[in-house]
Design a protein. Sequence first.
Length: 163
Amino acid sequence: MPEEVQSNGLREILRRYPTGVTVVTALLDGKPWGGTMNSFTSVSLDPPIVAIFVMEKSRTTTAINQTGRFVVNILKFDQEKEARQFATDSIQDKFQDIQYRESSNGIPVIDGSLGYIECDLLEARKIADHIMFLGSVSNSEVTRDEEALLFYRRAFRSFSEIP
Ligand SMILES: Cc1cc2nc3c(=O)[nH]c(=O)nc-3n(C[C@H](O)[C@H](O)[C@H](O)COP(=O)(O)O)c2cc1C
């Protein structure tokens, strides 16, 4: 099967798989940085390990490699603005108009999220044009018990908007 046809087919089925939306934050040259990521998954509860898959060329990859630490912020249904802003790589200051506090290790934790998972970098492995980051969870917190932001069929949605 030609490569293009194959990847179009893959896109079509992946679009039909709903995911949550996270913003992965870290420090880039000592300053807050973050990228929107839906490739987040839990790997193991005991020991607690999570994974994210990040484009090698992104500044989020550079930030994680610089500090060896990252935070996964789980977005709430009304945080589409944050999801879009952190997915825009042309922005100089990803945290413009974004309220946040710092974790005990100084990594940004975004206000208004459902909660966050803080990680020490356990392993980074190159897979095609992405890096698989495995994080050993050092801290996690549920901030509010509300609905998550979803990404489904190329759109941000809340549960009530799923057709
Ligand atoms: C819903 C959504 C999910 C995304 N998930 C990922 C992902 O899992 N991995 C990734 O590398 N980029 C993902 N992106 C694209 C990044 O958010 C975008 O490239 C971002 O600007 C990170 O690059 P930067 O750190 O250079 O800005 C996603 C974008 C959107 C809108």
